[in-house]
Design a protein around this ligand. Sequence first.
Ligand SMILES: Nc1ncnc2c1ncn2[C@@H]1O[C@H](COP(=O)(O)OP(=O)(O)OP(=O)(O)O)[C@@H](O)[C@H]1O
Length: 785
Amino acid sequence: MSVLGPDQSIISSHISSRRNSLRPLDENISDNEDIVGQMQQGASNILVAVRCRPLTKKEREIDSTNLIQIIEERVVILMDPQFKYGDKGSRAKEKQYAFDFAFDENSLQKEIFDKTTKFLIDGILNGFNATVFAYGATGAGKTYTMLGEADSPGMMLMTFVELFTKVEELTLERAYKVKLSYLEIYNEVVKDLIHPTSSVLDIREDPVKGIVVAGLAEMIATTPDEVIECIQLGNMRRTCEPTEANQTSSRSHAVLQITVEYKDKAAGTQSEIIVGKLSLIDLAGSERASHTKNRGIRLIEGANINKSLLALGNCINALCEATERGGKVYIPYRDSKLTRLLKDSLGGNCRTVMIACISPYSGSFFDTSNTLKYANRAKNIKTNLHRNVVNVSYHIAKYTAIIAQLRQEVSELRKQLKSRTPNPTVFNNEKFQIELNTHFQEEAKIRKKIYECQQTKEELGFMLFEKQAEMNQAKSKNGEENAGFKALNREVERLKKAIEEQNQINGNYEEMLKGLEHKRDDIKQEWIRKGVPEPYLSSLQLMMQQQILAMNSIDAQRDKNHEQVILKQKDLYIELLKSQLRLRDNVIEIQNEVFKESKVEVKPGLKKIYSQIQSLEEINSSSIVSFPELHGNSRSTNHRSKAKTYKTDHFLPPIIHIPANKTPASVTPSRIPRINSKRYLSTEQKSEPPKSSNVNLLHPKAKRLIQNDAKFKERSRTNSGYFDESDSEKSTAKQMPSMVKVSDRSQKGHYAGQKVKDEKHLVKKRIKPTEIKYGISIRGIETFV
Ligand SMILES: Nc1ncnc2c1ncn2[C@@H]1O[C@H](COP(=O)(O)OP(=O)(O)OP(=O)(O)O)[C@@H](O)[C@H]1O
């Protein structure tokens, strides 16, 4: 019996006066059995029931007016709170709806279960799908209906009790398997309530099984107690938060699915498998943001709940339209996770029961009105029900067909991919491209800076070398540090500082570049994180590869330029060493003549050394040919031919060496620096004054040759700038005493002493074999040393 508000007498008279004027209900449905019969026969697949909850204590305190009247358990009358019963025109403002069932606030859980859900269990056990879902505004009683409370269990628990009772009754003839899963859709994310995982669950459509949730855990249940435990556990995990409208508001849609499979025990292995699925859904309630006063996360939840319920409403509308028009209408199932999940329940192979929960509270008028409108619309939906009979061969045949279809789709897509160059502007790929280009522009900019830095360093290095040479010269000429020397010294210090600064800047740029190169991986990760689909992803990766190649090419060009500078430096040093060799040749030639004329006996040890040198010259001659630019000039040829004329018994080893570690940082042929060879001499040698008097002891021919060589050096100086006249004189003069000494010693039979002296001399100049690796002829000297 209905519990009515203070105006009960008025309302009752109002209802009784109108009872006969209600629009006729569906003629085919005379009572509950008829409805169930209709659904079982497939004539109607959706049952819509309305349940009105009682006013809560709080609501009663605010306004005890009851807006809902239920007549004959099928008709719902909604009164507008703006009009009082009996007021003129109030009846016109009433809304009346007829449903398959309508339950007032006194109805019991058992009663609702018996009329709306119980009959579905027979269908499930016989291979039909069914869904029961509670729909309505927040606080309207959905969870109470579906889950219930400790002393009044809801549809979910009562279903299991009934199911297991029936299974037990049939267990003699059939082998049953009952599986259970429980999930929630919270903020458009599907979560497993029985076995929660961190991975996101995806809703998929299986041609055989229908809508399935991939990765959702299924528990095999054998007793109702197991199920109750499982549901309780799931409920504890479900997202529930107190809101302004409801202290125990469910913030997610909860879906409990029971799958029942059975096989006749009498049949063999090829027997049919009957699969029935029942989904029991407690939806989150729709809410008006202004009404609930929700903020922050609750507001976001509310928006998502409303969005999915709106999508559900749109699907219901579209399905009704499809039924009315009898044609094909697009049903927007994909608009939300909820509608994707309910696709079968609403428009597919399913018997569906919708329990629309409403509140009689005047403050919930708009919500109640909306719920009733949607429930009324849903009545018109027609589903496409059939029994799920699956036998093994059917199963395989079906899957073979699906695989063939999928293969065809894959090959079609491959063809499309091949024939179509991906259009990067679709899918807003442009944004990613711009980001990519900006990144590599930045990398190229930094690379350019490094290149410029390197060039500046080379230039400064050359200037430093030049200034150092000038400084040494200034010092050596005057023998003391004059004003010019000091100015040069300051300049040298300034250049050194500038090089240091360049090194610092270069280091900073190198660091920046390293950071940018690491960022490339972050960019790639970002594409994946933002879900860039194929083929756009491949296209972007390809673009990145191209950019990386372009960067490598910039680096290679920079390295090439640097190597060229190094090679030019080496060329110059080869020229320098060649000049030294020419001097040595001249000296040896003079020496030979002196020895011949003086009829000096050459020691066998010296002869052996000479033959070693000669054989090395022959080996190196092939290498000399392979460097025509270094050795192809007439002077080099003369030098080689002269080297071959050493077929004398006399030889004086060379003594001039330029350590390679004195190589300037940058030398260009147009700007050959002048150096003072004296800086490469030992302290002992530097302090030794030129012994020009010793020159006078020489044979006249030797004197002439030295003079000729002086002319030759003059040419070298003008060509290369490596020697000035005084250096030449000094270096030649320095050799002369040794030579004379040898001559003296030779008379006393001490030729071997000369080699020892020269070795010491070379050691003093810190010659390392690696330092003289560039000159071909020098290698011979290296071996000799
Ligand atoms: N038929 C009923 N009889 C008694 N109390 C009820 C009934 N229906 C609901 N209630 C009570 O009303 C309150 C709100 O109900 P419930 O939590 O089921 O609403 P809901 O529609 O699930 O709300 P939400 O969408 O916010 O989760 C609860 O305290 C519940 O006990």
